[in-house]
Write a protein that binds this ligand. Structure first.
Ligand SMILES: [Zn+2]
Length: 323
């Protein structure tokens, strides 16, 4: 592994695994395939080269620009030369079923050559989280809150796909599917999102408020543990990333202003714009600790102290404790 100068937060890859039927994504961990190498890269701020090398990024950036509430705020982040974000293309195949991933240390959105628009949206959201200092913010979280942050990062990226797709539906902006496999939403999650959105509109809430609220509903569902495949997949990834970063995380201490710092990190993590945020309020308020503990329980992850001096043990429930 190459040397990383900044504190070694090894959340290097997030992989959009459409095999789950949900457009979720993950870093490489247990049971995750390392993606194929990139064929070419371009800075997102340099549109002429981007169009040639990663046309799917250029295509979807164009779609996002037309979505003023949900897409344009991210495009502003993606295109800002100061953020130095790049996009790369890699060959896709049905065996790995990898459509996209985001590299935190390199600030690269990797997109498969036949990837769909929702994969671009998902990975772009991770890029925005990174620029909004979530990857850096993880460094200052305690072990339990790091795990929560990891789960929340994926749940909000997933919810963002529904949020932006809603505006696209309303604006009649057509998204591009993958020609390799089915990238349609699972109907249960989509109807849950639409019901939440419609009830907010019926209650007189604004478009942005309704999108925020429905997005938070989606995040709550994912974090409730009700979706077993999502829960198990991302619990494993959260544990994997904790272990990769263990030595650094153990240095994190709860200072008197820790609850406020954590609040800022978790809030930035769910930000789409000033008006739309997907982080559920219960993780930001006075009772955040109780909600975080409950969410970790529901994820099937156990965290407990060990006497070995290695710090806490983090594992999936039902595993035999390490000795
Ligand atoms: Zn993801």
């Amino acid at each position: 592994m190459r040397h990383i100068k900044k504190p070694a937060l090894i959340t290097v890859f997030t992989l959009a695994i459409t095999a789950a039927g949900m457009g979720g994504c993950s870093p490489p961990g247990r049971n995750v395939t390392i993606p194929p190498p990139d064929q070419g890269c371009a800075k997102i701020s340099e549109s002429e080269k981007l169009l040639v090398v990663v046309p799917q990024m250029d295509r979807d950036r164009g779609l996002m620009t037309r979505l003023s509430a949900t897409g344009k705020p991210l495009v502003d982040i993606l295109e800002n030369p100061a953020n130095d974000l790049r996009a790369c293309a890699f060959p896709m195949n049905k065996k790995t079923r990898i459509a996209g991933y985001y590299s935190y240390d390199k600030k690269i959105i990797h997109l498969g050559v036949s990837s769909d628009s929702k994969t671009t949206f998902h990975e772009s959201f991770h890029a925005a989280q990174d620029i909004n200092k979530f990857a850096g913010g993880e460094h200052s979280l305690t072990p339990r809150d790091f795990i929560l942050g990891w789960l929340l990062k994926e749940a909000t990226a997933m919810a963002y796909q529904f949020v932006i797709e809603k505006e696209a539906d309303i604006m009649r902006v057509e998204l591009t599917p993958s020609d390799l496999w089915d990238t349609s939403d699972d109907t249960y999650n989509k109807s849950l999102f639409n019901n939440a959105y419609n009830s907010q509109i019926a209650a007189g809430k604004s478009f942005e408020e309704a999108l925020s609220s429905a997005g938070k509903s989606m995040v709550r569902r994912l974090l409730s543990g009700a979706d077993k495949s999502w829960r198990e997949f991302y619990s494993d990834q959260a544990i994997f990333n904790f272990e990769q970063n263990r030595q650094h995380i153990l240095n994190n201490k709860e200072s008197p202003d820790y609850p406020q710092k954590r609040r800022e990190i978790l809030k930035r993590l769910g930000a789409v714009s000033d008006a739309i945020n997907l982080t559920p309020d219960e993780f930001l308020g006075e009772t955040a600790d109780a909600h975080i503990t409950k969410t970790i329980d529901l994820s099937g992850i156990e965290i407990y102290s060990s006497s070995s001096g290695r710090g806490p043990i983090v594992q999936r429930s039902g595993f035999q404790p390490l000795r």
